[in-house]
Ligand binder design. Structure first.
Ligand code: 0X9
Ligand code: ZN
Length: 421
């Protein structure tokens, strides 16, 4: 990972200004930025298990986010750390943030697209969030293609509320596919030969809370806990049911990495599960997050590699190829730190779906963190179209990447799925 420059460090220290929220119930009052000495993945796992969300990994320290309770726990465990109030310059989208979509804009643009491109696009809701909002999904596939007839691929955006670019990238992917159908030969072929599902916003409640007065609250989780003294929220990327409850997640509801009361306790993860469980033609999955510019693949729950050597090789080869396309760094998730209950461990562990987590732009907090300027959206989207098309192309049988059959044989290989061991 890129190191923080001396200049940015000086800038940060000069900018350390406590943020005073006008909303006394805001979690912002207690949200703390923390720099913790840690050099190994084992130390990082312990830190995230204590409830800190790790946002940057450097050779000898991490930068994370937590609440005062976690500072006490870190101290008790003997970690050396420095904590800061959220720096003012990171608390807002810079001017012109309107290019980011709020819930209403996203929903109405998705509806318009489904109408304009009704021959190849279908909009539906896969379920409701805990606060009752629709979880919108766009299906893109050739005219008259029946469900399950072609190989499927699913793209998921924004499990974590504050990671706004991770909505923009899959939403722009929808537009890119639809607008190029019938114009770009390759994209036309991909849409005709695949069933593509895109859910740009898995956590609408959290996102709405994050951007509603006062914006921006650095909110990560969903909005579970209504009726309780305060809404605590569940980390949706710790709530999936494969090895749920292990290391790298917290049982403390107030922490950033709270795993929920049980596996799939949340309606958002239940909806994703039900959809994937009932679509066995899905071979490939990509879950977008921000930030750090990484391409991650299972396992996250163990430091061991995927046992099945062929499946491991497919993930590694694809991650490296997509790393070359984007400049992002490919690596196994648990090289950073362990997590239990994340999306991709479940989709691969339960369904053998070839699964990736992208940590999008920026490379580090000092380049905008969760709230980079809207002016970067276009470039980040452009950078992320090639890997998305690549995954769609290989979705008929991702195991093609480890055979001698090269991409020039585009769409000529018969569908063989699931692969023979
Ligand atoms: O911790 C997460 O859920 C993801 N990072 S984020 O900053 N977007 O919250 C990364 C999950 C990848 N899995 C592991 N590192 N095991
Ligand atoms: Zn995330």
């Amino acid at each position: 990972m890129r190191k923080m420059s001396i200049l940015s460090l000086v800038f940060l220290l000069l900018s350390l200004t406590a943020f005073k929220s006008s909303d006394s119930t805001s979690s912002l009052d207690t949200t703390t930025l923390v720099k913790i000495d840690a050099s190994t993945r084992e130390e990082r796992t312990e830190i995230t298990s204590l409830g800190v969300s790790i946002e940057e990994v450097h050779d000898h320290y991490i930068v994370g986010i937590c609440r005062p309770a976690q500072l006490t726990a870190l101290k008790a465990k003997g970690f050396l750390f420095e904590s800061f109030s959220l720096p003012a310059f990171l608390l807002d989208f810079p001017p012109g943030d309107s290019a980011f979509h709020n819930l209403q804009e996203l929903e109405s643009e998705m509806k318009d697209l489904a109408q304009t491109y009704s021959h190849i696009a279908t909009l539906s809701s896969i379920g409701k969030s805990v606060e009752g909002r629709d979880l919108w999904m766009m299906r893109v596939s050739g005219p008259q293609i029946l469900e399950g007839e072609k190989s499927g691929i699913i793209f998921l955006g924004t499990h974590h509320a504050r990671e706004h670019l991770s909505t923009e990238v899959p939403f722009s992917l929808i537009k890119h596919l639809l607008k190029n159908y019938g114009k770009d030969e390759k994209i036309t072929k991909l849409i005709n030969e695949r069933e593509i599902w895109i859910i740009p916003l898995v956590n609408p409640d959290g996102t709405d809370y994050d951007i509603t007065n006062p914006p921006y609250k650095w909110w990560r989780k969903n909005r579970q806990g209504k009726g309780a003294e305060s809404i605590y929220g569940v980390d949706l990327n710790r709530n999936y049911g494969y090895k749920w409850g292990g290391q790298g997640a917290s049982s403390d509801p107030s922490s950033e990495t709270y795993r929920g009361a049980s596996a799939f306790s949340e309606s958002e993860t239940q909806a994703v599960k039900a959809f994937i469980d009932s679509h066995p033609n899905i071979t490939t999955l990509l879950s977008y997050h921000t930030f750090s510019e990484l391409i991650l693949y299972p396992w996250g729950y163990t430091y061991d590699s995927i046992e099945d050597q062929r499946a491991f090789k497919v993930h590694e080869t694809m991650a490296q190829a997509m790393g070359r396309m984007t400049g992002y760094r490919p690596q196994q998730s648990s090289d950073l730190y362990l997590t239990s209950g994340d999306t991709t461990d479940w989709s691969f562990g339960e369904h053998k779906i070839i699964s990736f987590t992208f940590e999008l732009y920026p490379a580090n907090m000092w380049d905008g963190g969760f709230y980079p300027p809207a002016s970067v959206i276009e470039d980040v989207v452009r950078n992320n179209i090639p890997p998305a098309l690549y995954l769609i192309e290989y979705a008929n049988n991702p195991y093609r990447v480890i055979t001698t059959i090269r991409p020039r044989d585009f769409l000529t290989v018969s569908d063989v799925w699931p692969p023979k061991p």
